[in-house]
Design a protein around this ligand. Structure first.
Ligand code: IMP
Length: 428
């Protein structure tokens, strides 16, 4: 069988968890491949709302095996707490959640470094989630990282902690005037998770490849999104991993040829948390209306999200970069609250009209959106289950986006409930 990747086309929070949940009724495995608990996926089932940070959203579907891939960075404390909270709500988690032994661990010193660095950057800050994600990936690349498997060999764990702290402790003491971290304390902290995590540790890449060979469907769930990708995003205002389709392959351990579908998810408008360029950002009452109606506050940090119109050059570029086969459009119902809808169809950069998405970061900072204006529909669409049920103006909006992006829509969400969606068939 084949794998499907679900990834965000903009700056995150597109509703990937929701799309994964809709697709997970039909799959055997759901796997996270990048990021850590900087992510926040919300899945609503009936009256219940599940806010997930590390555990893949497939966990709310009975019988689906969920894997946290080698490309994810895992804060063991957060994982333990999330699993406990889900189990308290009656979900069976530990018998179908697997964590790759190669995944790197987010340590307390990573979180401290993240927050010190942001303070030191002042107005040039990235606006990170302060979850230690960047410093953990830095250590991974620098080969100072502590991996899940290290918890099971105390000798190796201590040696690695010593190496990881050699330079960091002098930074904590001499730059930030803080107490150094103690190897024994950190080792004891990590070892306290050993019994909890041991039954879940696995070679998840091998498991996914075997599942694919056994004709099971696998869904790969991205954290963050394309414009936050460390290579392709609005650097340095990005995360430290690769949420794009290449990251899905590296971070889950499956071969490229097993990927059949790539579903790019975008909201019907744009949001961003943290700093960095966002050409279509709005600062008026329309932004406030969308923020309120769409509940645009971070699942992880509670920060108010920046809000703007849909940025088609960015979305089209992200769609092409990831080779999307399908598009999923979320939160269409939120636009019922505005009279007139704008879509950015190009930019004006220093007096020049530019159609595509600029490579140069300075251009993006200077880009002023060129808008196409469409009439709003101003009515409740939460009951629509087929495209033809939508008001004509909404159909026109959806059709315009689909044609411009050049990929068929497979899902349009029209409300927060699981069934409030227009689902269109993928493949045969
Ligand atoms: P970090 O991933 O915490 O290092 O943050 C880097 C940038 O990515 C910041 O602008 C964050 O706000 C943003 N970011 C990280 N995770 C998410 C997410 O799940 N949704 C939206 N933005 C995110």
């Amino acid at each position: 069988m084949t794998a499907t990747v679900v990834l965000g086309l903009a700056w995150g929070d597109e509703g990937k968890g929701r799309v994964c949940d809709a697709l997970a009724s039909d799959v055997g495995y759901v796997s996270r491949y990048s990021g850590g608990n900087n992510a926040g996926h919300t899945v609503r089932v009936g009256e219940e709302e599940f806010a997930l940070h590390l555990v893949p959203s497939g966990i709310v579907r009975e019988g689906v095996v969920c894997t946290i891939g080698n490309g994810v960075v895992v804060n063991p404390e957060v994982l333990a707490e999330e699993v406990r909270a889900l189990e308290e709500r009656g979900l069976e988690v530990r018998d179908r959640l697997l964590v790759d032994g190669r995944a790197h661990l987010v340590m307390p010193y990573h979180i401290a470094l993240d927050s010190h660095r942001e303070i030191a950057l002042g107005s040039a800050r990235i606006g990170t989630t302060n979850r230690g994600i960047g410093p953990t990936y830095e250590d991974k690349v620098a080969r100072y990282g502590i991996r899940v498997q290290d918890i099971f060999d105390e000798g190796i764990l201590r040696t690695k902690l010593k190496a990881a702290l050699r330079e960091k402790n002098s930074i904590f003491e001499n730059v930030y005037g803080e107490e150094p971290y103690d190897v024994s304390d950190l080792a004891a902290w990590l070892l306290s998770f050993r019994d909890f995590i041991e039954p879940m540790v696995a070679d998840t890449g091998t498991i996914l490849r075997e599942a694919l060979e056994n004709r099971q469907r696998v869904l790969l769930e991205g954290g963050q999104a394309t414009l936050l990708d460390n290579d392709h995003g609005t650097y340095p205002f990005v995360t430290s991993s690769n949420p794009t389709v290449g990251g899905a392959i590296v971070g889950s351990g499956i071969p490229p040829r097993s990927i059949e579908y790539v579903i790019g998810v975008t909201k019907a408008y744009t949001t961003r948390v943290g700093d960095g360029p966002m050409p279509t950002e709005l600062f008026d009452e329309i932004a406030e209306t969308i923020r309120q109606v769409g509940g645009e506050y971070g699942t992880t940090t509670g920060r108010a999200r920046r809000v703007g119109w849909l940025d088609l050059p960015a979305i089209k570029w992200a769609a092409s970069l990831n080779g999307i086969t399908h598009l999923a459009l979320t939160l269409l119902d939120v636009l019922s609250a505005v009279e007139e809808i704008k879509i950015c169809v190009g930019y004006e950069i220093d007096g020049r009209r530019v159609e595509g998405y600029p490579m140069h970061q300075t251009d993006l900072h200077h880009a002023r959106p060129v808008y196409k204006t469409l009439p709003g529909w101003g009515e409740d669409i939460t009951g629509c289950r087929m495209r033809v049920d939508l008001p004509t103006a909404a159909q026109d909006f959806v059709g315009f986006v689909e044609t411009e992006v050049g990929a068929p829509l497979c899902m349009i969400s029209v409300g927060p409930e699981r069934d409030q969606a227009i689902i269109e068939r993928i493949g045969t």
